[in-house]
Ligand binder design. Structure first.
Ligand code: KIV
Ligand code: ZN
Length: 501
């Protein structure tokens, strides 16, 4: 058996299924390009039949990425498989990923079919998918609650029909490592030439452990997402499974094609565009993941880092130098610093980011790597779907709690002015924005945190709002928290408007 484990990233499909994690096309392409640069083997870019937006994204990602294979999900339905094939038509390296449930509870209550009918469906749909695409993956949804003998039959049928990769998902996050690992041992003993894949959800907090147990059992593909975002409690976090395989090579004896130094910037970018902040104590990418607080640990670290550090922060792309640039830094220094933080840009993006950098230097004395990363993130997040733009605003405090705001906005090319009072500065500004755009979404949450250190640090603001039962997020950064919040609010409004177009 080969010791190469393929990494299948589903941030843009299962990850985007997290409530509120709606990304614009531009943001998705930027995420896909970062995944590609990281060495991801397969990028699941969406579910073509689910929406025109997903189909467009798969097509665009297929064109944008240089190395990764691009994949679309498809139910076991002719129309879905055809939609996936159309979206992947121009991708140089494509995969169709089709699935059907194999557990009795799904077969009886959701599909309302018999086991024999499910076998027929597998045979028909995998054969059809193979007509369009050389590379077909088949998933047994709810594999971990399926009858093992029937699962074996279903897997055999998918392989005979042409599937090259067989994924056995723990769809509801029910399995435990020993049982999940044993299932792969059984499968790989029976079908030694097939690539088996793990796909774990984190309902019991076991997604990473189960995925790794599957690899021990012989699986050679891991389906995962950046920061573990995904349905309900999420999917297995890519950063955790990749670093576990790397740090504990002695135990797993496997390797991936991932450039781990790209993990940290990609994680920060995904957190920013999805609006899902990373908990401070999150393994690998949390801001405390490499912080040593206790005196005993600090003493040990000063004597020999390995006393308390099992991997170097630099190995996942977390660089220690904080103070990097200032207003005297020129284009060459800016370019070389971007390359150092793995954020090289094309000419147009470089010029836009350099201008933003110079503007930031007027407001902030010391520009850190975090600041540079955030400039690049902002560039990738802005643009294609901006229907409204906040030109500027003024604020006046009426009394202790009450404020009056006046905003000037560009709404579909027309300048609109609004004035409103509110209980606090943000309430006043958000009310003005609602007046100018004719929307009144419910504000679910508002967060602000500093991107770097110091009193002049940039604040990152994340807004989550609901409109007609659908959740939207917006984020923005500025040295002024109120400006960041106002732009984050407009960002989320643009996502609502993009949905309606
Ligand atoms: O969790 C799951 O079963 C899935 C399948 C569609 C692979 O996401
Ligand atoms: Zn899933």
């Amino acid at each position: 058996m080969t010791n190469r484990v393929f990494i299948f990233d589903t941030t843009l499909r299962d990850g985007e299924q997290s409530p509120g994690a709606t990304l614009t096309l531009k943001e998705k392409i930027a995420v896909a390009s970062m995944l590609d640069a990281m060495g991801i083997d397969i990028i699941e870019a969406g579910f073509a039949a689910s929406s025109e937006g997903d189909a467009q994204c798969i097509e665009a990602v297929g064109k944008a990425v240089k190395n990764a294979r691009v994949c679309s999900l498809a139910r076991a339905i002719t129309g879905d498989i055809e939609a996936a094939a159309r979206a992947l038509e121009n991708a140089p390296r494509a995969r169709i990923h089709t699935f059907v449930s194999t557990s009795d509870i799904h077969i009886e209550h959701q599909l309302r079919k018999t086991r024999d009918q499910v076998l027929e469906i597998i045979q028909k749909t995998v054969t059809l998918a193979r007509r369009y695409c050389e590379d077909v993956e088949w998933s047994a949804m709810d594999a971990t609650r399926s009858d093992m003998d029937f699962l074996m039959k279903a897997v055999s049928c998918a392989i005979e029909s042409g599937a090259k990769t067989i994924n056995l998902p723990d769809t509801v996050g029910y399995s435990v490592p020993e049982i999940y690992g044993a299932m792969f041992e059984k499968m790989t003993a029976r079908f030694p030439d097939v690539c088996f894949s793990v796909h774990c959800h984190d309902d019991l907090g076991l997604a990473a452990a189960n995925s790794l147990a599957g690899v021990r059992g012989g699986a050679r593909q891991i389906e995962c997402t950046i920061n573990g975002i995904g349905e309900r409690a999420g999917n297995a976090p890519l950063e955790e499974v990749v670093m576990a395989l790397s740090v504990r090579k002695d135990y797993f004896g496997c390797k991936t094609g991932i450039d781990a130094s790209r993990i940290y910037p990609t994680s920060r970018f995904v957190a920013a565009v999805t609006g899902f902040p990373i908990p401070k104590n999150k393994a690998i990418v949390g801001s405390n993941a490499f912080a040593h607080e206790s005196g005993i640990h600090q003493d040990g670290m000063l004597k020999n880092r390995e006393t308390y550090e099992i991997m170097r922060p630099e190995s996942v792309g977390l660089t220690r130098s904080q103070l990097v640039m200032g207003k005297h830094s020129g284009r060459a220094a800016f370019k070389s610093k971007l390359e150092e933080i793995n954020a090289a840009l094309d000419d147009e993006a470089f010029e836009a980011c350099f201008l933003a950098f110079k503007n930031l230097c007027d407001r902030k004395k010391n520009v850190t790597e975090e600041d540079l990363m955030s400039l690049v993130h902002d560039y990738h997040s802005k643009g294609s779907s901006s229907f409204v733009r906040l030109i500027n605003f003024t604020l006046a405090q009426d009394d202790e709690a009450s404020y009056t705001a006046k905003t000037i906005m560009d709404v579909d090319g027309k300048e609109k002015t609004a004035t409103a009072s509110g209980n606090g500065p943000l309430d006043a500004i958000f009310t003005c924005i609602n007046q100018s755009t004719g929307l009144s979404p419910a504000l679910d949450s508002f967060e602000a945190h500093s991107v770097s250190q110091g009193c002049d640090a940039q604040a990152e603001s994340i807004i989550v709002m609901t409109e007609q039962g659908q959740t939207y997020t917006g984020h923005a950064r500025n040295t002024d928290t109120i400006i960041a919040a106002a732009h984050a609010y407009v960002g989320a409004i643009n996502k609502i408007l993009a949905k309606g177009k």
